[in-house]
Design a protein around this ligand. Sequence first.
Ligand code: AMP
Ligand code: ZN
Ligand code: FE
Ligand code: FE
Length: 285
Amino acid sequence: MGKADLHTHTLASDGALTARELLEKGKKKGLKTISITDHDTISGFLDGIEIAAEIGIELIPGIEISTIWKTKEIHILAYGFDYKNEELSDLLRSQKRARVKRMKRIIKELQSQGIDITYDEVWAEAGQGNMGRPHAANVLVNKGYVSSFAEAFIRYLSSKKLDSIKTEFAEIGIVIKTIHNAGGVLSIAHPGPIYSQDEIDQLLSLGIDGIECIHPSHNFNVQKTFTDLAKSRNILVTGGSDFHGNGKSDYDPYFGIVTLGQQHVESVKRMSGRKMNLINSNSQK
Ligand code: AMP
Ligand code: ZN
Ligand code: FE
Ligand code: FE
């Protein structure tokens, strides 16, 4: 059975590869199915649709959404939605604005700590990508404020360090409603290091359809705990490598290695009920 990776990033957010480069690399690694799950944007996925059909790989509509739950900013994955849905497009436009506002606040905070960094520098670093903290991290490295990407996060950009920064990402209820209205399904991203059992229960009770059980941050015990939980609740099991391709993420070596079984992909597809861009499909022609 073919392998799948339902968690990858491209240049459209904070990854380093184009959709073509990512899909070709995935094909070489033997992946049958990929979902491009950029942060709050589907433009990498849209770029990939024709390429996936051309090279014979199944591409599932996907996204990793930053959302507010209680007072926390968390990541939720979504799959199999109608990517032309207008309500979804509106949500993504507003998420993009929230990213810009958040970055302006982050820069102000860094400036107050004596760092010479400007919005334009981060904007240039992001290029076509949806702006995020990794772009600011690159600027801090390039300007010599820190000696590594990891140091930039540890000293300046971690959620803990930016605790006081207000963000305007959509509330989780809105995200869930929008994705469901667009025919998609949702999965709690990389829960392992983040939530207590009680919090997982609370998130599921909001209507989230699955759990990302398989992720490089999960050891075998964690993976088994979540997979058993998903089985007992009859919800989706999702997973992937969280590949960014920039050599800076610890997860990059896991691409093609940390994969999801095809039976789980079938469940995602069945539940979302959306037409996928199947191998050899001529629907794009
Ligand atoms: P943002 O979209 O701005 O919230 O940034 C989230 C991204 O930053 C994640 O997907 C990772 O790629 C990266 N990131 C978050 N925390 C860290 C960390 N502690 N070390 C390295 N990269 C991180
Ligand atoms: Zn990322
Ligand atoms: Fe994430
Ligand atoms: Fe991710």
